[in-house]
Structure formats: structure tokens, C-alpha cells
Design a protein around this ligand. Structure first.
Ligand code: SAH
Ligand code: SF4
Length: 435
């Protein structure tokens, strides 16, 4: 009988897709997936290290799962920690957590079957060249598919652990990316998201990101194309021109600003000023007036004064993002910001976070509200939480709930927006096709 595995994933889309790659590697070796850890021979957790909270959560889960079974020798499952926390702490984790059997970093997943069969406690967390081209990922989000275009990051934003746990930036070959997109489109995938920590610095020989986007759009056929994440320093007019020229490239841009204060942006090593950022937003909105804009913000970075914080509030007020992902600063050992002295107290980070969440919520509600009665094209993605509802997405990446419909996932439908609750919208099909 083949061995069974169960997998939990934490963190960003890159990790979600890495878990699909891990599934591909294991299933090619004869493992089968189960959705209950009690039934698994192997339990894998794909971890995120970007904030302390994420790290604590996954380690708590390791201990909880490990505690369930006496010992592997007495029939318990093999417990494997993958992802960024594995890379960050390596062997230390094996020393600290006796129930953990394997610790495997993001560049070493091809070794998983061998390590599992070998079943000696081991940590493998080395950086390697190359990528996972050629692995047949087991995708779990039909009709959506992630395609990694690059791995790692060279930016060293002073607060961020990613460059330390994901290694140096390397781009996949354009040919292999385009081939993968063509194949996904032929298989019926209808929303293809290009993934990288800084997609705008993609480079393969003569192919830059705008070239890749252009080719990806052609290869995708009728499927929509999205991309994350863009870095404000590298996002450029050439990319916007491709977005304008191609119908299937979605009108959504996630452009993390992090702070509205030049002083803080400098300390964060972000490589742009607020004015430069605003100039890019103007250029983008000029070219694509209907663009849906989202961002990330960190509150309470070391040295952030009340005045700095108010500049962030003003920037949100000026730009009026459709949605924003807000985080309170979390020290990450090994990053340069962790050595800064002028620490903002935890309560103040939280207070600013709460304030900003309220403030942005007002903007999100106002902008979503304006969509009422508008007709938008959506992609039906599958079941919603309630059985009598389906979930769909607009080109702008807004979630739309459809009442009482029964479309195949992957169907494009025109809907009239009836109401909005923050980022979640409700819609009814117009010119109903087959219902
Ligand atoms: N490469 C992407 C995403 C990086 S991680 C980018 O450059 O935008 C996603 C978000 O987590 C970041 O945009 C940042 O807002 C947040 N983040 C990263 N490190 C953090 C830290 N130490 N504390 C709080 N938030 C952090
Ligand atoms: Fe982290 Fe900055 Fe790289 Fe994004 S660009 S992953 S925030 S170092």
C-alpha cells in the first residue's frame, strides 16, 4: 500500500504554490494525499517566517501534532517541517522539538521522498541554484493556477526575513514559464497568477518582465493573467503599457508602499520616496482609470514618530486604495532593522494598526459601495461557505458572492453588483445564461 501524506500550509501565495510542488514531488513517488492528519503516514507543515506570529503558530501546530502520538516507532506519523521557518532555524528545531523528524528548506523539496524513505532525523536547509521547472505540481485551486516566475529576493528591505530564508533572486527561463501557462490554459485553468517577491525585476536573457507579461498573455488564451508582487521602485510604464494593450491582463495592482513617510521608507531601505510612489500611481491611473489598487503597510517600524504615522494616514487618504493589508512591525532576528534602537512599544504599534484598519475600512466600504448596480465580468471560482452560494472574482480581484447559482468553476459570467460588505460583494447574473 502506498504511503499517505497530509499537508498544512501557512503564509503567502508562494508557499501555497510550493505546497502544490511538494505534493507533485511526493505523488510522482507514489505517495497519496489524505485530508485528515489522523490517517497520514507523513504530516508536512509548510511554514512562514515573515512575522513572529506566523512562526509561533506553526511551531505550536508542530508541538500539538507531535503531542498526539507517543513516538514514531510506536506507529506515529513522520512529522516534517518545510518552508521558511525550516530554512531559518534548521538543525536547531530538531534539537528543540523531539517529535520533529525532518526539517526541509524551500530549495530542498526534491530530496523529500529520499529523506522520508530514509527516515533518519535530519535537517536539510541549504540554498541551491535552480528551480522546480519540470515538476508536475498538484494544483488545488482550479480554475486558478499559480506559476512561479522567480524565487528569492535581493532587496533586503531592512525589516524583512525573506532574502535570508529564500536566498538570492533567480528568474526561471521564459520558455519554461510560457510552456507551463500554455499547458494550464489548455487544461481549462482560467486565472493564472505569476508569482515572485519582486516580479518587476524578472530577467531571463533579453526577456524583461513586460516582455514576459506580453508573452504570458498570448499563451494564456482566454484565461486571465495576474501578477504579484510588484515593487514600487521597479514597477514601470512598460508594464503598464502591456497591461493596457492586453484584454486578459487583470486590472489589479498590488503595490506595497509600507509607509507614507520618506524618513521611514529610507530606514526600511525601500529605494523610493513618497513622491516617486505617487508619480507611479498617477501614471497608472491615467493609463488605466479602472485599476483596482491594493497595498501593504507596516505600523510601528523602529523610529516611527506620530508625525511619520500621520503621513501614512494621509497617504491612504490621498490614494484611496481599494483594499490594504496592514501589519504591525515584527522584529525578525538577523534583519538589519532588528538592530535599530528606537523601538516603538508594542501597544503603540497595535494602536496605530487598529486606527489604520478602521480608517482603511471606511475607504474600502466607500469604494466598494460605488460599484452597486454596476455590471462586471466575474470568474466563478467554486463554492462559497454557504451551500446555496457560489464564489467568484472580478478582474480587479474583488470577491463576489452569487446567490443560488450552479455554474461550473471556470465559467465567466456578467453580474450586476447588488451590495458590498467591505471587500466582499454580492452579485446577480445578468442575461442569465444557463440558470
Ligand atoms: N515581496 C513582497 C512581499 C513580502 S512579505 C513585497 O515586497 O511586498 C508581505 C508583506 O509582509 C510585506 O509587504 C510587508 O508589509 C509585511 N512584512 C514583511 N516583513 C515584516 C515584518 N518584519 N513585520 C511586519 N510586517 C512585515
Ligand atoms: Fe521582503 Fe523587500 Fe524582498 Fe519584499 S522586496 S520580499 S519586502 S526584502
Amino acid at each position: 500500500m502506498s504511503m499517505t501524506y497530509y499537508m498544512d500550509v501557512y503564509g503567502c501565495q508562494m508557499n501555497v504554490h510550493d505546497s502544490e510542488i511538494i505534493a507533485g514531488i511526493l505523488e510522482a513517488d507514489g505517495f497519496t494525499n489524505v485530508d485528515n492528519p489522523e490517517l497520514a503516514d507523513i504530516i508536512l507543515l509548510v511554514s512562514c517566517a515573515v512575522r513572529e506570529h506566523a512562526e509561533t503558530r506553526v511551531l505550536g501546530r508542530v508541538c500539538q501534532l507531535g503531542g498526539k502520538w507517543q513516538d514514531r516507532k510506536q506507529g506515529g506519523p513522520l512529522l516534517v517541517l518545510c518552508g521558511c521557518v525550516a530554512q531559518e532555524h534548521g538543525q536547531d528545531l530538531l534539537d528543540r522539538i523531539q517529535k520533529l523528524d525532518l526539517v526541509v528548506g524551500p530549495d530542498c523539496y526534491k530530496d523529500l521522498p529520499g529523506l522520508i524513505h530514509n527516515s533518519t532525523r535530519q535537517a536539510l536547509a541549504e540554498f541551491r541554484e535552480g528551480d522546480y521547472t519540470g515538476i508536475d505540481a498538484v494544483r488545488k485551486r482550479f480554475p486558478g493556477a499559480f506559476v512561479t516566475i522567480m524565487r528569492g529576493c535581493n532587496n533586503f528591505c531592512s525589516y524583512c526575513i525573506v532574502p535570508y530564508v529564500r536566498g538570492r533572486e533567480r528568474s526561471r527561463s521564459a520558455d519554461s514559464i510560457i510552456e507551463e501557462i500554455r499547458d494550464l490554459s489548455e487544461k481549462g485553468y482560467r486565472e493564472i497568477t505569476l508569482l515572485g517577491q519582486n516580479v518587476n525585476s524578472y530577467h531571463d536573457l533579453d526577456t524583461s518582465f513586460p516582455d514576459l507579461l506580453d508573452q504570458a498573455s498570448d499563451a494564456a488564451g482566454s484565461a486571465w493573467i495576474r501578477f504579484v508582487t510588484s515593487h514600487p521602485r521597479d514597477f514601470n510604464i512598460e508594464t503598464v503599457e502591456v497591461m493596457v494593450s492586453k484584454d486578459n491582463i487583470c486590472n489589479h495592482l498590488h503595490l506595497p508602499v509600507q509607509s507614507g513617510s520618506d524618513g521611514i521608507l529610507h530606514m526600511m531601505n525601500r529605494g523610493y520616496t513618497v513622491d516617486e510612489y505617487l508619480e507611479k500611481i498617477r501614471m497608472l491611473r491615467n493609463a488605466i482609470p479602472e485599476i483596482v489598487l491594493t497595498t501593504d503597510i507596516i505600523t510601528g517600524f523602529p523610529g516611527e514618530s506620530e508625525e511619520d504615522f500621520q503621513k501614512t494616514v494621509s497617504l491612504l487618504d490621498e490614494i484611496k486604495y481599494d483594499n490594504a493589508f496592514l501589519f504591525k512591525y515584527s522584529e525578525r532576528t538577523g534583519t538589519s532593522a532588528a538592530d535599530l534602537c528606537d523601538v516603538v512599544p508594542e501597544e503603540l504599534r497595535l494602536k496605530r494598526l487598529n486606527y489604520l484598519q478602521e480608517f482603511q475600512r471606511g475607504i474600502t466600504v466607500e469604494k466598494s459601495g460605488k460599484l452597486k448596480t454596476r455590471i462586471l465580468s466575474v470568474l466563478v471560482t467554486g463554492n462559497a461557505k454557504r451551500p446555496d452560494q457560489q464564489a467568484a472574482r472580478t478582474r480587479g480581484n474583488r470577491m463576489v458572492i452569487l446567490q443560488g447559482t450552479d455554474y461550473e468553476p471556470g465559467t465567466f459570467v456578467d453580474v450586476r453588483i447588488t451590495r458590498a460588505d467591505g471587500w466582499t460583494h454580492f452579485g446577480e447574473p445578468v442575461g442569465a445564461k444557463d440558470i
